[in-house]
Design a protein around this ligand. Structure first.
Ligand code: SF4
Length: 369
Protein backbone atom coordinates (compact mmCIF):
# COMPACT_ATOMS: atom_id res chain seq x y z
CA UNK A 1 0.00 0.00 0.00
CA UNK A 2 1.28 3.44 -0.92
CA UNK A 3 2.01 5.48 2.21
CA UNK A 4 2.56 9.14 2.94
CA UNK A 5 6.15 10.26 2.55
CA UNK A 6 7.98 13.57 2.94
CA UNK A 7 8.12 15.54 -0.31
CA UNK A 8 11.16 14.66 -2.42
CA UNK A 9 10.63 17.29 -5.12
CA UNK A 10 9.36 20.83 -5.31
CA UNK A 11 7.30 22.42 -8.07
CA UNK A 12 6.92 26.21 -8.22
CA UNK A 13 4.16 27.54 -10.47
CA UNK A 14 4.67 31.07 -11.82
CA UNK A 15 1.37 32.18 -13.37
CA UNK A 16 2.61 35.02 -15.62
CA UNK A 17 3.35 35.16 -19.36
CA UNK A 18 4.05 37.89 -21.89
CA UNK A 19 0.67 37.38 -23.60
CA UNK A 20 -1.32 34.18 -23.96
CA UNK A 21 -0.55 31.66 -26.73
CA UNK A 22 -3.62 30.44 -28.64
CA UNK A 23 -3.14 26.73 -27.81
CA UNK A 24 -2.35 27.24 -24.13
CA UNK A 25 -4.44 25.43 -21.52
CA UNK A 26 -2.02 26.03 -18.62
CA UNK A 27 -3.02 28.44 -15.90
CA UNK A 28 -1.27 31.73 -16.67
CA UNK A 29 -2.13 35.40 -17.00
CA UNK A 30 -1.19 37.13 -20.24
CA UNK A 31 -1.67 40.53 -18.64
CA UNK A 32 -0.48 41.54 -15.20
CA UNK A 33 1.36 44.34 -13.44
CA UNK A 34 3.80 44.89 -10.64
CA UNK A 35 1.16 44.68 -7.85
CA UNK A 36 0.09 41.15 -8.93
CA UNK A 37 3.71 40.01 -9.05
CA UNK A 38 4.46 41.47 -5.60
CA UNK A 39 1.36 39.90 -4.04
CA UNK A 40 2.28 36.57 -5.65
CA UNK A 41 5.86 36.62 -4.29
CA UNK A 42 4.65 37.63 -0.81
CA UNK A 43 2.26 34.67 -0.65
CA UNK A 44 4.82 32.26 -2.15
CA UNK A 45 7.34 33.11 0.56
CA UNK A 46 4.66 32.53 3.22
CA UNK A 47 3.80 29.13 1.75
CA UNK A 48 7.45 28.13 1.56
CA UNK A 49 7.89 29.00 5.25
CA UNK A 50 4.78 26.96 6.15
CA UNK A 51 5.49 23.85 4.08
CA UNK A 52 9.27 23.45 3.96
CA UNK A 53 9.38 21.26 7.10
CA UNK A 54 7.27 18.65 5.22
CA UNK A 55 10.09 18.18 2.71
CA UNK A 56 13.06 15.82 2.68
CA UNK A 57 16.36 16.98 1.20
CA UNK A 58 15.12 17.80 -2.30
CA UNK A 59 16.15 15.71 -5.30
CA UNK A 60 14.75 18.31 -7.70
CA UNK A 61 13.15 21.74 -7.98
CA UNK A 62 11.15 22.70 -11.07
CA UNK A 63 9.97 26.25 -11.83
CA UNK A 64 7.17 26.04 -14.39
CA UNK A 65 4.16 27.97 -15.42
CA UNK A 66 3.42 30.24 -17.06
CA UNK A 67 6.83 31.66 -17.75
CA UNK A 68 8.99 31.96 -14.62
CA UNK A 69 11.34 34.37 -16.41
CA UNK A 70 8.42 36.75 -17.08
CA UNK A 71 8.79 38.00 -13.49
CA UNK A 72 10.61 41.31 -12.97
CA UNK A 73 14.31 40.68 -12.26
CA UNK A 74 14.23 41.67 -8.57
CA UNK A 75 11.15 39.53 -7.89
CA UNK A 76 12.58 36.61 -9.85
CA UNK A 77 15.65 36.83 -7.62
CA UNK A 78 13.47 37.00 -4.51
CA UNK A 79 11.66 33.83 -5.56
CA UNK A 80 14.93 31.94 -6.07
CA UNK A 81 16.31 33.31 -2.78
CA UNK A 82 13.17 32.08 -1.05
CA UNK A 83 13.53 28.55 -2.40
CA UNK A 84 17.26 28.48 -1.57
CA UNK A 85 16.73 29.63 2.01
CA UNK A 86 13.63 27.59 2.95
CA UNK A 87 14.48 24.12 1.63
CA UNK A 88 17.31 21.61 1.93
CA UNK A 89 19.36 20.49 -1.08
CA UNK A 90 22.09 18.01 -1.83
CA UNK A 91 25.12 18.76 -4.02
CA UNK A 92 23.40 17.23 -7.01
CA UNK A 93 19.84 18.54 -6.63
CA UNK A 94 18.47 19.26 -10.10
CA UNK A 95 17.18 22.83 -10.57
CA UNK A 96 15.12 23.38 -13.71
CA UNK A 97 13.62 26.67 -14.85
CA UNK A 98 11.26 27.01 -17.81
CA UNK A 99 11.91 30.09 -19.93
CA UNK A 100 10.87 31.70 -23.15
CA UNK A 101 13.90 32.76 -25.18
CA UNK A 102 12.80 36.39 -25.40
CA UNK A 103 12.58 36.79 -21.61
CA UNK A 104 16.10 35.43 -21.08
CA UNK A 105 18.01 38.62 -20.36
CA UNK A 106 21.64 38.72 -19.22
CA UNK A 107 20.36 39.62 -15.74
CA UNK A 108 18.05 36.62 -15.58
CA UNK A 109 20.82 34.28 -16.71
CA UNK A 110 23.16 35.73 -14.06
CA UNK A 111 20.54 35.32 -11.31
CA UNK A 112 19.92 31.71 -12.31
CA UNK A 113 23.62 30.88 -12.41
CA UNK A 114 24.28 32.46 -9.01
CA UNK A 115 21.45 30.44 -7.46
CA UNK A 116 22.74 27.10 -8.74
CA UNK A 117 20.23 26.46 -11.53
CA UNK A 118 21.41 23.35 -13.40
CA UNK A 119 18.89 23.06 -16.23
CA UNK A 120 17.06 25.46 -18.49
CA UNK A 121 13.98 24.37 -20.42
CA UNK A 122 13.22 26.68 -23.33
CA UNK A 123 9.86 26.88 -25.09
CA UNK A 124 10.62 26.99 -28.81
CA UNK A 125 7.57 25.01 -30.13
CA UNK A 126 8.58 25.66 -33.75
CA UNK A 127 10.99 27.78 -35.78
CA UNK A 128 8.55 27.87 -38.73
CA UNK A 129 6.66 31.20 -38.92
CA UNK A 130 3.52 29.50 -40.29
CA UNK A 131 3.36 26.96 -37.45
CA UNK A 132 4.05 29.65 -34.85
CA UNK A 133 1.24 31.72 -36.32
CA UNK A 134 -1.22 28.79 -36.20
CA UNK A 135 -0.29 28.22 -32.57
CA UNK A 136 -0.61 31.92 -31.80
CA UNK A 137 2.82 31.55 -30.24
CA UNK A 138 3.91 34.74 -28.50
CA UNK A 139 7.44 36.03 -28.45
CA UNK A 140 10.29 35.67 -30.91
CA UNK A 141 13.43 33.60 -31.28
CA UNK A 142 15.85 36.36 -32.23
CA UNK A 143 19.30 35.94 -30.73
CA UNK A 144 18.57 32.37 -29.61
CA UNK A 145 22.05 31.15 -30.50
CA UNK A 146 23.84 33.82 -28.49
CA UNK A 147 21.48 33.22 -25.56
CA UNK A 148 22.29 29.53 -25.59
CA UNK A 149 26.01 30.47 -25.59
CA UNK A 150 25.49 32.84 -22.67
CA UNK A 151 23.63 30.13 -20.70
CA UNK A 152 26.50 27.70 -21.19
CA UNK A 153 29.14 30.32 -20.35
CA UNK A 154 27.27 31.10 -17.13
CA UNK A 155 27.71 27.43 -16.14
CA UNK A 156 24.14 26.16 -16.69
CA UNK A 157 25.00 22.84 -18.29
CA UNK A 158 21.72 21.24 -19.25
CA UNK A 159 19.45 22.67 -21.92
CA UNK A 160 16.06 21.42 -23.08
CA UNK A 161 14.01 22.66 -26.02
CA UNK A 162 10.24 22.13 -26.19
CA UNK A 163 8.61 21.46 -29.57
CA UNK A 164 5.07 20.80 -30.75
CA UNK A 165 4.09 18.65 -33.73
CA UNK A 166 0.93 17.62 -35.56
CA UNK A 167 -0.10 21.26 -35.79
CA UNK A 168 -2.71 22.00 -38.50
CA UNK A 169 -0.83 22.96 -41.68
CA UNK A 170 2.56 21.79 -40.33
CA UNK A 171 4.30 19.33 -42.67
CA UNK A 172 6.76 16.59 -41.74
CA UNK A 173 9.39 18.70 -43.56
CA UNK A 174 8.64 21.66 -41.28
CA UNK A 175 9.11 19.45 -38.26
CA UNK A 176 12.29 17.91 -39.68
CA UNK A 177 13.72 21.42 -40.10
CA UNK A 178 12.70 22.32 -36.55
CA UNK A 179 14.56 19.36 -35.08
CA UNK A 180 17.62 19.82 -37.28
CA UNK A 181 17.88 23.48 -36.28
CA UNK A 182 17.50 22.48 -32.64
CA UNK A 183 20.32 19.94 -32.90
CA UNK A 184 22.67 22.62 -34.22
CA UNK A 185 22.40 24.22 -30.77
CA UNK A 186 23.41 20.92 -29.07
CA UNK A 187 20.66 20.50 -26.46
CA UNK A 188 21.01 17.44 -24.22
CA UNK A 189 17.22 17.09 -23.93
CA UNK A 190 14.28 17.73 -26.27
CA UNK A 191 10.56 17.47 -25.48
CA UNK A 192 8.29 16.97 -28.50
CA UNK A 193 4.57 17.06 -27.78
CA UNK A 194 1.76 16.16 -30.15
CA UNK A 195 -0.68 19.07 -30.21
CA UNK A 196 -4.02 18.53 -28.53
CA UNK A 197 -6.58 21.24 -29.06
CA UNK A 198 -7.98 21.92 -25.62
CA UNK A 199 -11.48 23.22 -25.09
CA UNK A 200 -11.62 26.85 -24.04
CA UNK A 201 -8.37 27.85 -25.79
CA UNK A 202 -8.29 30.49 -28.52
CA UNK A 203 -7.09 27.81 -30.97
CA UNK A 204 -10.23 25.72 -30.36
CA UNK A 205 -12.31 28.58 -31.78
CA UNK A 206 -10.90 28.15 -35.29
CA UNK A 207 -9.41 24.62 -35.30
CA UNK A 208 -11.53 21.77 -34.00
CA UNK A 209 -9.31 18.75 -34.63
CA UNK A 210 -5.82 17.93 -35.79
CA UNK A 211 -5.33 15.53 -38.68
CA UNK A 212 -3.98 12.28 -37.24
CA UNK A 213 -2.79 10.95 -40.62
CA UNK A 214 0.67 12.44 -40.24
CA UNK A 215 1.00 11.57 -36.56
CA UNK A 216 3.05 8.39 -37.05
CA UNK A 217 5.37 10.13 -39.47
CA UNK A 218 6.03 12.95 -36.96
CA UNK A 219 6.57 10.37 -34.21
CA UNK A 220 9.15 8.44 -36.26
CA UNK A 221 10.87 11.60 -37.46
CA UNK A 222 11.42 12.64 -33.85
CA UNK A 223 13.07 9.26 -33.09
CA UNK A 224 15.24 9.28 -36.21
CA UNK A 225 16.40 12.87 -36.26
CA UNK A 226 17.00 13.29 -32.56
CA UNK A 227 19.02 10.06 -32.55
CA UNK A 228 21.45 11.82 -34.95
CA UNK A 229 22.19 14.20 -32.07
CA UNK A 230 22.52 11.34 -29.56
CA UNK A 231 19.08 11.92 -28.00
CA UNK A 232 16.91 8.84 -27.37
CA UNK A 233 13.24 8.70 -26.50
CA UNK A 234 12.86 7.77 -22.81
CA UNK A 235 9.22 8.81 -22.37
CA UNK A 236 6.29 9.35 -24.73
CA UNK A 237 7.29 12.97 -25.44
CA UNK A 238 10.84 13.22 -24.08
CA UNK A 239 14.29 12.54 -25.54
CA UNK A 240 17.68 12.86 -23.86
CA UNK A 241 21.36 12.07 -24.11
CA UNK A 242 22.44 9.40 -21.64
CA UNK A 243 22.39 10.67 -18.04
CA UNK A 244 20.47 13.79 -19.09
CA UNK A 245 16.87 12.71 -18.39
CA UNK A 246 14.83 15.27 -16.50
CA UNK A 247 15.13 13.87 -12.98
CA UNK A 248 12.10 15.82 -11.74
CA UNK A 249 9.69 14.38 -14.29
CA UNK A 250 11.25 10.92 -14.36
CA UNK A 251 10.87 10.66 -10.57
CA UNK A 252 7.24 11.78 -10.77
CA UNK A 253 6.43 9.19 -13.46
CA UNK A 254 7.79 6.66 -10.97
CA UNK A 255 5.65 7.65 -8.01
CA UNK A 256 7.86 10.25 -6.28
CA UNK A 257 6.25 12.74 -3.90
CA UNK A 258 6.24 16.43 -4.72
CA UNK A 259 5.11 19.65 -3.15
CA UNK A 260 3.54 22.16 -5.54
CA UNK A 261 3.42 25.81 -4.54
CA UNK A 262 1.54 28.52 -6.43
CA UNK A 263 -1.86 28.81 -8.11
CA UNK A 264 -2.78 25.65 -10.07
CA UNK A 265 0.17 23.74 -8.56
CA UNK A 266 -0.41 20.06 -7.76
CA UNK A 267 1.12 18.14 -4.83
CA UNK A 268 1.35 14.41 -4.12
CA UNK A 269 2.31 12.92 -0.75
CA UNK A 270 2.37 9.25 -1.74
CA UNK A 271 -1.37 8.77 -1.06
CA UNK A 272 -3.36 11.90 -1.82
CA UNK A 273 -3.03 14.45 -4.56
CA UNK A 274 -4.33 18.02 -4.40
CA UNK A 275 -4.30 21.05 -6.69
CA UNK A 276 -4.36 24.67 -5.62
CA UNK A 277 -7.02 26.89 -7.11
CA UNK A 278 -6.33 28.04 -10.71
CA UNK A 279 -7.08 31.69 -10.05
CA UNK A 280 -4.50 34.15 -8.74
CA UNK A 281 -6.99 36.28 -6.82
CA UNK A 282 -8.65 33.30 -5.11
CA UNK A 283 -5.27 31.74 -4.39
CA UNK A 284 -4.08 34.99 -2.79
CA UNK A 285 -7.26 34.92 -0.67
CA UNK A 286 -6.38 31.40 0.52
CA UNK A 287 -9.11 29.39 -1.27
CA UNK A 288 -8.90 25.67 -0.57
CA UNK A 289 -7.28 23.13 -2.85
CA UNK A 290 -9.15 20.55 -4.90
CA UNK A 291 -8.51 17.09 -3.41
CA UNK A 292 -8.00 13.87 -5.37
CA UNK A 293 -8.35 11.02 -2.87
CA UNK A 294 -8.24 7.36 -3.98
CA UNK A 295 -8.34 4.04 -2.07
CA UNK A 296 -4.75 2.72 -1.63
CA UNK A 297 -5.04 -0.07 -4.23
CA UNK A 298 -6.31 2.37 -6.86
CA UNK A 299 -3.48 4.78 -6.06
CA UNK A 300 -0.94 1.96 -6.39
CA UNK A 301 -2.45 1.01 -9.77
CA UNK A 302 -2.23 4.64 -10.86
CA UNK A 303 1.45 4.78 -9.89
CA UNK A 304 2.02 1.53 -11.83
CA UNK A 305 0.28 2.95 -14.93
CA UNK A 306 2.13 6.26 -14.75
CA UNK A 307 5.53 4.52 -14.91
CA UNK A 308 4.48 2.95 -18.21
CA UNK A 309 4.83 6.34 -19.88
CA UNK A 310 8.57 5.66 -19.76
CA UNK A 311 10.61 3.36 -22.00
CA UNK A 312 12.16 1.69 -18.92
CA UNK A 313 8.79 1.04 -17.25
CA UNK A 314 9.22 -0.57 -13.82
CA UNK A 315 11.50 -3.15 -12.31
CA UNK A 316 9.50 -5.40 -9.98
CA UNK A 317 11.79 -4.40 -7.16
CA UNK A 318 11.55 -0.65 -7.82
CA UNK A 319 7.74 -0.80 -7.75
CA UNK A 320 7.70 -2.86 -4.53
CA UNK A 321 10.11 -0.42 -2.88
CA UNK A 322 8.04 2.56 -4.01
CA UNK A 323 4.65 1.28 -2.90
CA UNK A 324 5.23 -1.73 -0.63
CA UNK A 325 3.16 -3.78 -3.08
CA UNK A 326 4.05 -6.56 -5.54
CA UNK A 327 3.02 -5.40 -9.04
CA UNK A 328 2.10 -8.97 -10.09
CA UNK A 329 -0.23 -9.40 -7.10
CA UNK A 330 -1.78 -6.02 -7.78
CA UNK A 331 -2.38 -6.32 -11.55
CA UNK A 332 -0.96 -9.69 -12.68
CA UNK A 333 -3.94 -10.58 -14.91
CA UNK A 334 -3.94 -7.19 -16.58
CA UNK A 335 -0.18 -7.30 -17.21
CA UNK A 336 -0.56 -10.74 -18.90
CA UNK A 337 -3.38 -9.42 -21.05
CA UNK A 338 -1.30 -6.41 -22.12
CA UNK A 339 1.54 -8.76 -22.93
CA UNK A 340 -0.74 -10.86 -25.15
CA UNK A 341 -1.81 -7.68 -26.95
CA UNK A 342 1.86 -6.84 -27.61
CA UNK A 343 1.68 -3.63 -25.59
CA UNK A 344 4.12 -4.57 -22.80
CA UNK A 345 6.96 -7.01 -22.31
CA UNK A 346 7.97 -8.64 -19.06
CA UNK A 347 11.03 -10.52 -17.81
CA UNK A 348 12.55 -11.52 -14.47
CA UNK A 349 13.59 -7.94 -13.92
CA UNK A 350 10.37 -6.05 -14.57
CA UNK A 351 8.00 -4.85 -17.25
CA UNK A 352 7.99 -2.06 -19.77
CA UNK A 353 5.99 -0.85 -22.79
CA UNK A 354 6.83 -2.16 -26.25
CA UNK A 355 7.29 0.41 -29.06
CA UNK A 356 3.56 -0.10 -29.80
CA UNK A 357 2.70 0.22 -26.12
CA UNK A 358 4.41 3.59 -25.97
CA UNK A 359 2.35 4.78 -28.93
CA UNK A 360 -0.89 3.42 -27.47
CA UNK A 361 -0.23 4.29 -23.86
CA UNK A 362 -3.93 5.05 -23.27
CA UNK A 363 -4.74 1.36 -23.69
CA UNK A 364 -2.17 0.37 -21.07
CA UNK A 365 -3.46 2.99 -18.66
CA UNK A 366 -7.09 1.90 -19.13
CA UNK A 367 -6.23 -1.75 -18.51
CA UNK A 368 -4.12 -1.09 -15.41
CA UNK A 369 -6.60 1.31 -13.84
S1 SF4 B 1 4.29 30.79 -22.91
FE1 SF4 B 1 3.61 28.71 -22.31
S2 SF4 B 1 2.40 28.98 -20.44
FE2 SF4 B 1 2.62 31.01 -21.42
S3 SF4 B 1 0.80 31.26 -22.67
FE3 SF4 B 1 2.37 30.40 -24.01
S4 SF4 B 1 2.10 28.16 -23.84
FE4 SF4 B 1 0.97 29.09 -22.14
Amino acid sequence: MAGRRPFESLYIHVPFCHGKCDYCAFYSLGRYGRPEQEAYIHRMLMEMAERSSDCATLRSVFFGGGTPTALDDDLFEKLLDGVRSHFRFSDDTEWTIEANPESLSEEKIAIMASHGVTRLSMGIQSFAPRTRMTLGRRGHLEGLESKVDAIRKAGIRHINFDFIYNVPGQTPDDFRMDLRKALMLRPDHVSAYALTIEEGTALAKHETAVDDDDFLEFWRLADDILAEGGLRRYEISNFAKSDCKCRHNNDIWHGATYLGIGPAATSFDGMDRWTQVSDLRKWLDGDTSEMDILPPDKRDAEILAFGMRTVDGWTWRQFAERTGVDAKSLRGKEISRLQQLGLVMTDDNGFRPTARGLLFNDEIVMELL
